[in-house]
Design a protein around this ligand. Structure first.
Ligand code: FE2
Ligand code: FE2
Length: 174
């Protein structure tokens, strides 16, 4: 069951499992793809991008490539949607634990934000949509990039982005 404030639901387990298997292969960012993406980012967006873990930068480039034909604004929004994951500092195992905690009791896990150690990191990870959205807003990113970061784990009916565009961005993320 997913309400307006929930980011994760049981129907996302196949996606989670697939993403975890992909992460375990420790994908590295493709250098040519990274040069191309950086050429489209503003200096402030580049700072956020460079702070991301290698696995997240590889995912960002993949997401960007899929929507390349839709123009630079869409490419950048697609690439930077997970930028908020950086703050949690979690590796693959911690991310799996965080996602499972979110599936079992999202609101409780999210309330651990003030806790020290792993619980606090889990809460930050589960909050990565809102954190990333705020970071992108502060970096002066486009409205689309800010909105997609905030909405990328929400159900389609909870999103404000034009449905065809949201579907294209979602497909790139899958
Ligand atoms: Fe995400
Ligand atoms: Fe993603």
């Amino acid at each position: 069951m997913t309400d307006a404030s929930s980011a994760y639901s049981w129907c996302q387990i196949p996606h989670l499992a697939q993403r975890t298997l992909w992460s375990l292969r420790k994908p590295a960012p493709d250098p040519e793809g990274e040069r191309w993406l950086l050429s489209l980012l503003t200096p402030a967006e580049s700072v956020l991008y460079r702070q991301m873990a290698a696995v997240d930068r590889a995912h960002a480039i993949n997401c960007a490539r899929v929507v390349e034909s839709l123009g630079a604004e869409v490419v950048v929004a697609s690439a930077l949607h997970d930028v908020g994951k950086t703050q949690s500092g979690l590796g693959t195992a911690g991310r799996v634990a965080a996602s499972l905690a979110g599936l079992v009791n999202y609101e409780q896990a999210r309330s651990w934000g003030s806790k020290p150690g792993l619980r606090g990191q889990v809460a930050l990870y589960l909050d990565h949509s809102d954190i990333g959205s705020a970071e992108l807003q502060m970096a002066g990113a486009s409205k689309l990039a800010v909105a997609w970061a905030r909405e990328h784990h929400l159900q389609a009916e909870q999103q404000t982005i034009e449905p065809d565009l949201a579907a294209a961005l979602k497909a790139a993320d899958d």
